[in-house]
Every structure is written in C-alpha cells, then in structure tokens.
Write a protein that binds this ligand. Structure first.
Ligand code: NIG
Ligand code: FE
Length: 387
C-alpha cells in the first residue's frame, strides 16, 4: 500500500540536501510505502499512489525521538513536588519511595502504566522512546522492568545503577558488584543500553566506570546521567568510554564542554527536570556554540520530570536555554536519533521509517510560540496512522 501525503504547507525533513536549517520543503508531498518513506519532494512532482491524504497546508515533521524516559514505575510523588514548590529542594532521595511502590506492583500493573505513558507520548507526537529500568534495584525487579520496557520499545536501558537501595546502606561496594555482575547478566538479554546515575548522592566515577565497562563487555551501548545536581568527572568519563549520550549536562565545566564538542557523544538536555525541580536550566547555547551535538528529551519520571511532552521541552529549550526554534526542533527529532545512534528515525528521506507528525500550524516555530497548546493533530508510526 502506497499513500501520498499531499498539500503539506511546510515539510521538515532534517535532511541537509534540502533548504533551511531543518531541510525544509514548502508546498511538499511525501510518499509512505509500507513502513518506510518512499519519496519526499515538491507536491508538483509527486508520484502516483494508491491513496492520498490531504494535509491541508499544515506542517509535517519527523516524529519526536524521546531518548530518555523512566516509564516503568508505580505510584507517584505529587506530594514531593508540592513540598518542593513550597521551598524544599530536590536531592534524588525520593527515588527510594518509587522503588518501594514499583517492587510491590504486579508486572501487569507496571505494563499497563508504562503502556499508558507510551500512548500519551504517541498522542503528543513521540514515535521513538527509550525506556529505562531503575526503580526495581533487585535482580528480579530490574529484569522484570526491562521485560516490560522491551514489550514497548527497542530502546531499552538497564539502569540498575540509579541509586544504592536502602538495604545496601553501608555496603555500596556489594551493590556495585551485583549491578556489574549477576544483575547485569539477568538484564542484558532485555536491554540495548546500560546507564549509570553519576552524580552527587548517586554513583561516583570509579563505580560508574566499573558498571559501564561491564555493560559494554556484555554487549550494551553506554549512556549516563551526569551533571544534573553538580559538576563532576561524569561527563568526561562518558566521552572517554564512548557513551552515545551524556544526559542532563546542567552543571558543566569548560573542559566538559570541550570534551563533548570534540566527540561523538551527544549532550542530551532534559529541561522538564529543571522545570519540575525549580532549578537553573542547562545552557544549550554554550554547548551549541562550542560545536557539541545537543538532543532534547523528557526524562519522564515520577520524581523530577513527570511530563511526556516533547513539545513542552521544545518550548522550554527555546524560552529558557538559548535555543532557536529550529535548533530545538532538530534536537527533539534528529538529535534524539543521534543520541540513540539511529539513522532510520528523526529524518524524513526515502528509506527512513515513516514516523511522522502533522502539526496544526503553519510552521514548526509554533511549537515554542504556542506553548501548552495541543498542536499535534496526526501521527504515523511505521507507516500506520496511530493518532
Ligand atoms: O533523571 N537523575 C536521576 N534520575 C531521574 C530522577 C528519578 C527520580 O527522581 O525518581 C532523573 O532526573
Ligand atoms: Fe533520568
């Protein structure tokens, strides 16, 4: 079945073969052939198709690629958020309460809740999502979380090193050995990536190196959380180990910026976390001006960023982080794909996946210009309409 999406007012391809910062084509058409894109170009040159969809002059862009989300959990932490909004600060200590609720939940409940979040994301235009474990922190509960994640996405991440669980207080070296050994062995068959929260109050650089190196040895790609709460050696360690992405990057030293700029490691910024913890935003401008590759993701989780909306993150990045609308839209699509080392998503060219979003707006600029407005009107995933 070949379908022509016609009368696209503005097509954002992210393919530098076309014009503008986002490879834009005006008055465009796009051919969907099975689960792939068959052709893109000016509407006047569109090939024949079995069916036609009239986009009515709207904007069409690649589906958002959300490369950082923690969707397997039970309970919520609205009370913690409320306390923060009356002055308490965020220190990641609340993770333990989500760990307790997650361990007590059934696998069916975890599957239903994570599935509902993925559906919420799809409705908001996200067609690729990475999903982490990290609220189980036992061999059984981490493996279970990854089974739930793997039923929803190919981009699964083992985050046994989220925090040291309470039962290992005073025995953190034993927990690190477990995470890098038996727990990794149980989780690696269900995971593509290994992640460590390398920050104040979580894991130190030596522990992080041990766990990431073990994960790489088990065939997983590396990524990490660093620079959320304090600057430290995590960012440079990620670059040194060839991590696909270092995420948060809120607190950076000059040498961190230089290391990112001189590498293939993406700096993934998560402005929902600063919004929800009422903290200073990362400086995207500094990273972009230095030549680093920047991605945007939601960090969707019940503690520090309970949003599933990439549009919201784009708006925050433009308003608060010095990004232009074009830079933010690229970061939320092609940047996320780069952070997951994918070349079949985040771009609209022949052969790429037909993962598409129609915005009820004349331009992608409206994502930032009209914050909070549900502009995503249609979504295709693998060539099939899902919204
Ligand atoms: O990315 N930083 C560590 N992990 C999450 C927060 C998890 C939580 O607070 O439950 C984050 O912000
Ligand atoms: Fe996170």
């Amino acid at each position: 079945m070949v379908t022509l999406l016609d009368r696209i007012g503005l097509l954002v391809t992210n393919d530098p073969a076309h014009g503008g910062p986002l490879g834009e084509i005006r008055d465009a058409a796009l051919l969907v052939d099975g689960d792939r894109i068959g052709w893109v170009g000016p509407a006047a040159k569109a090939p024949a198709a079995d069916a036609r969809v009239d986009c009515g002059g709207r904007t069409l862009l690649p589906g958002f690629v959300d490369s950082h989300a923690h969707l397997v959990f039970a309970g919520d932490r609205a009370a913690e958020f409320e306390a923060r909004m009356s002055g308490r600060s965020y220190d990641a200590g609340g993770i333990a309460s989500t760990v307790g609720a997650t361990r007590s939940a059934s696998e069916e409940e975890l599957r239903a809740r994570a599935g509902a979040l993925v559906a919420e994301m799809r409705a908001g235009g996200t067609t690729t999502v990475e999903i982490k474990s990290g609220y189980g922190l036992t061999v059984r509960d981490e493996a279970r979380s990854l089974r739930v994640a793997a039923a929803l996405t190919e981009e699964t991440t083992y985050l046994g090193a989220h925090v040291v669980p309470r039962e290992y207080a005073g025995r953190r070296d034993e927990y690190v050995t477990l995470v890098a050994g038996e727990m990794l062995a149980a989780c690696a068959p269900h995971a593509r990536w290994v992640d460590v929260f390398c920050d104040r109050g979580a894991f130190d650089p030596e522990e992080t190196r041990e766990i990431l190196t073990a994960g790489i040895g088990a065939g997983l790609g590396a990524r990490l959380h660093a620079g959320q709460l304090a600057a430290g050696p995590g960012v440079r360690l990620g670059v040194e180990l060839g991590a696909a992405s270092v995420d948060h990057c809120t607190h950076l030293r000059e040498e961190d910026v230089e290391a990112l700029a001189g590498s293939d490691t993406v700096a993934t910024l998560l402005p929902g976390a600063e919004f929800s913890t009422r903290s200073a935003y990362p400086d995207a401008r500094r990273l972009l001006d230095a030549g680093a590759c920047v991605a945007l993701a939601t960090d969707c989780n019940p503690g520090s960023s309970y949003t599933s909306s990439m549009s919201f993150c784009v708006a925050l990045a433009v308003r608060e982080m010095g990004m232009t609308p074009a830079e933010a839209v690229w970061a939320a699509t092609a940047g996320g794909a780069r952070a997951l080392r994918r070349d079949d998503v985040g771009v609209l060219r022949a052969g790429a996946r037909a993962d598409l979003v129609v915005l009820d707006a004349p331009s992608y600029v409206h994502l930032a210009y009209r914050p909070g407005v549900p502009l995503v009107s249609r979504v295709w995933k693998d060539g099939r309409p899902v919204v």
